[in-house]
Design a binder for this molecule. Structure first.
Ligand code: GDP
Length: 202
């Protein structure tokens, strides 16, 4: 389940513009600054790949990266910019919802949650929407290496992970699979690749 080959394929604005070769895909989504580009780079072990999707004009697109010529990693726009007026309101671009609901080759959404801070309402809203629409989901906790000092009100990543899971449990019949990761230590990288290969059945 290693990444031998990774290449940027295309940026699409609409679901109908996405690749049509039928290869299975996994979509990465999360609040801006959650560590999505870092994780993408850590998975493919290439610094430059995720830069493609950070180029101006590409951040609001569905970005497809083909892995080993067999499956896709899909980078979706980050949500919940701090400067947005209604940060906690679920306010996706319609095309993101359209993608989740219509993309038949989507095997699982990988929802990235920052484990170094307490859960944000917008993350709960996002998880709730995915649960209600029965979109297959895996939770990827990011920045699990990061520990704030207790005296500064910081909580351990493990505590934030536990709290998040209990908060979202009402949205799901069974707890979605979850993986703790760090792009600094590469914790969870192999687990993600193994999980993806199990979901693809090879
Ligand atoms: P994006 O906006 O979701 O693509 O987030 P980035 O990958 O650009 O990361 C946002 C910030 O978080 C950057 O300052 C990163 O260095 C930092 N960061 C990302 N991943 C990790 C991680 O696993 N551990 C720590 N400690 N910091 C991280």
């Amino acid at each position: 389940s290693q990444v031998v080959n990774a290449e940027f394929v295309k940026s699409s604005v609409r679901t109908v513009d996405c690749p049509t070769d039928g290869l299975p895909e996994f979509a990465l989504v999360g609040r801006s600054n959650v560590g999505k580009s870092s994780l993408l780079n850590s998975i493919v072990r290439r610094k430059k790949l995720a830069l493609t999707s950070k180029k101006p004009g590409k951040t609001q697109c569905i970005n497809h990266f083909r892995i080993n010529d067999k499956w896709y990693l899909v980078d979706l726009p980050g949500y919940g910019y701090a400067s947005a007026p209604h940060e906690s309101r679920l306010n996706w671009e319609e095309f993101t919802k359209d993608y989740f609901l219509k993309r038949e080759t989507l095997v699982s959404v990988f929802l990235l949650i920052d484990a170094s801070i307490p859960a944000k309402k917008i993350d709960l809203d996002y998880a709730s929407w995915l649960g209600q629409n029965q979109i297959p989901m895996t939770i990827i906790f990011t920045k699990c290496d990061k520990r704030k000092k207790k005296k500064n009100g910081g909580r351990r990543p493990e505590e934030n992970v536990e709290t998040f899971q209990s908060l979202i449990s009402e949205f799901f019949e069974s707890t979605p699979p979850w993986i703790m990761t760090s792009s600094v230590t590469n914790m969870g990288r192999d687990e993600i690749l193994l999980h993806m290969s199990q979901l693809r059945n090879y």
